[in-house]
Ligand binder design. Structure first.
Ligand code: BES
Ligand code: MN
Ligand code: ZN
Length: 502
């Protein structure tokens, strides 16, 4: 989709040659009502009670006198905050699913949006027009191709606009891969998608197969993959936006392309949803796609251990003991706790990049869905500054997370008589004991873990991927890029320059 940011008054918006014009209307009455056709329409609609107050409330009109666009949608955007604007744009674009609507205008001037609101407006537009067609060609793809975003002062919100544009690309990619069924999103196909990304500016991709992974000693990762006919892949992405000497941030994404549970097999109902058990991997791919668009001054490494978790004559069995890349042995008491088994080896691999921070992203536990639902991702980190930075990034990107505790007592249940640790503790505090398991592989790292089991996917009628937490991750990386520039000699000046430029 093509986005354009323009200086646009309501009068100018009336002259645009577009298929539809969506106008965001604040809940507060204007102090000096303008005389343009759009403002006249709003005034009348409000006076006659046809445009109620309340974020997302709509009035669709056809062939309004003085307005060139045949369709005009007035939509309430409350106080003009980013959250309200997101909801309003989603409602407006959702009401414009006509095949003749290819180019629209999004007039934000009346709500005086901040950069963050313009950012989410662009995202919401892309989001509302995403249609999954890969294995359903009969689904009508959206006709929407071009969006003109109108504000009074483009230069003030340009950075937010660019961020939204990058996220539109990244979130769509993450959604697409998480939506694809297991037979259309195998580890090899995920690796191909990563190779495609490797053609973009600033990105390089390397893919390791079973032989290389064995040579690295990733016995824990290999144990999960051994029950599957699909060969495992270990994907390494690099985005270079800063000098080579700058320590990278490493993102590790869980890439289980289908989780049956293995020998500890899951019950049949809703097992189909376990195709999104590579939601962490998808969010890493999506973040890299967004980085290639936005090109912030930072180095980022993406690691994706990817395989299926299947029951089989050769599959790993409860009680089997394996040796992880770190040298620590693991008693696999439950083969359905496979995410941590592939992540732990990727975390050990991350050490070689001498990273400034490592963040793993995983649909790790059903317990996290019980704890936090679909609203906030679970955030786990022993490093206060890192946790604060991620929490803050989530708030400002409207992709929130919530920090959970990591007291050492939570690791007690992971003790094993037959190995350095078991891979599960009891049922209590399941998302925390999973994080405690991962923490045993992060002694040399500044590490955080995001459990996205509840936030990466929507169940029910609107079943499908959300593309989260790509907005959080990109925001964190942009903030990190700013922080690292500020700490380099002369960096403060450069950071200021960059902020003006973006
Ligand atoms: N992929 C699942 C976690 C999951 C559950 C994600 C529901 C999304 C929705 C993970 O591999 C898993 O099966 N975890 C087990 C761990 C248990 C065996 C300790 C779980 O949560 O039940
Ligand atoms: Mn599982
Ligand atoms: Zn899983």
């Amino acid at each position: 989709m093509d986005f354009e940011l323009k200086s646009l008054s309501p009068a100018q918006a009336s002259t645009l040659a577009i298929d539809a014009l969506a106008v965001l209307v604040p809940d507060t009455e204007p102090t000096k009502p303008g005389s343009s056709p759009i403002e006249a329409l709003i005034e009348q609609a409000v006076r006659h009670g046809d445009l109620e107050k309340g974020v997302g409330k709509l009035l669709v009109s056809f062939r309004v006198a003085g307005v060139k666009a045949p369709r005009v949608v007035l939509v309430r955007a409350g106080d003009g905050s980013a959250a309200s604007v997101r909801k309003a744009v989603a409602a407006a674009v959702g009401s414009l699913k006509h095949p003749g609507v290819r180019k629209i205008g999004l007039l934000l001037s009346l709500v005086s949006p901040g950069a963050d609101a313009v950012n989410v407006a662009v995202q919401a537009c892309a989001d509302a027009s995403y249609v999954y067609t890969h294995t359903k060609p009969s689904a009508k793809a959206s006709a929407l191709r071009q969006v003109v975003v109108g504000v009074s002062k483009p230069e003030v919100v340009r950075a937010g606009f660019e961020q939204g544009r990058a996220l539109a690309v990244g979130v769509a990619l993450a959604k697409e891969w998480a939506n694809r069924p297991g037979n259309h999103a195998t580890p090899s196909l995920l690796a191909d998608a990563a190779r495609q990304l490797g053609r973009k500016p600033g990105i390089k991709t390397e893919v390791l197969g079973p032989k290389e992974v064995k040579a690295l000693g990733m016995g824990s990762f290999m144990a999960v993959a051994q029950g599957s006919a699909e060969p495992l892949r270990f994907i390494v992405l690099r985005y270079s936006g800063a000098p080579k000497s700058a320590a990278p941030v490493v993102l590790v994404g869980k890439g289980i392309t289908f989780d049956t549970g293995g020998i500890s097999i899951k019950p049949a109902p809703e097992m189909d949803e376990m195709k999104y058990d590579m939601g962490g991997a998808a969010s890493v791919l999506g973040t890299f796609a967004a980085l290639a668009e936005l090109r912030p001054a930072i180095n980022v490494v993406g690691l994706i251990p990817s395989c299926e978790n299947m029951p089989d004559g050769l599959a790993v069995k409860p009680g089997d003991v394996v040796t992880s890349m770190s040298g620590q042995t693991i008693e696999i008491l439950n083969t359905d706790a496979e995410g941590r088994l592939i992540l732990c080896d990727a975390l050990t691999y991350a050490e070689r990049f001498k990273p400034r921070a490592v963040i793993d992203i995983a649909t790790l536990t059903g317990a996290c869905v019980i704890a936090l639902g679909a609203v906030r991702s679970g955030l786990f980190s022993p490093v206060d500054e890192l946790a604060a930075a991620l929490q803050q990034a989530g708030e400002s990107a409207l992709d929130p997370c919530w920090r959970m505790p990591l007291d050492d007592e939570y690791a007690d249940g992971l003790k094993s008589n037959f190995a350095d640790m078991g891979n599960v503790a009891g049922r209590a505090a399941g998302s925390i004991t999973a994080a405690k398991f991962l923490q045993k592989f992060t002694a040399k790292l500044s590490w955080a873990h995001l459990d996205i089991a509840g936030t990466a996917w929507k169940s029910g009628a609107a079943k499908g991927s959300t593309g989260r937490p790509v907005p959080l991750l990109l925001q964190f990386l942009i903030d990190e890029a700013g922080r690292s520039e500020a700490t380099r000699p002369g960096g403060q000046k450069n950071a200021a320059k960059r902020a003006r430029r973006v």
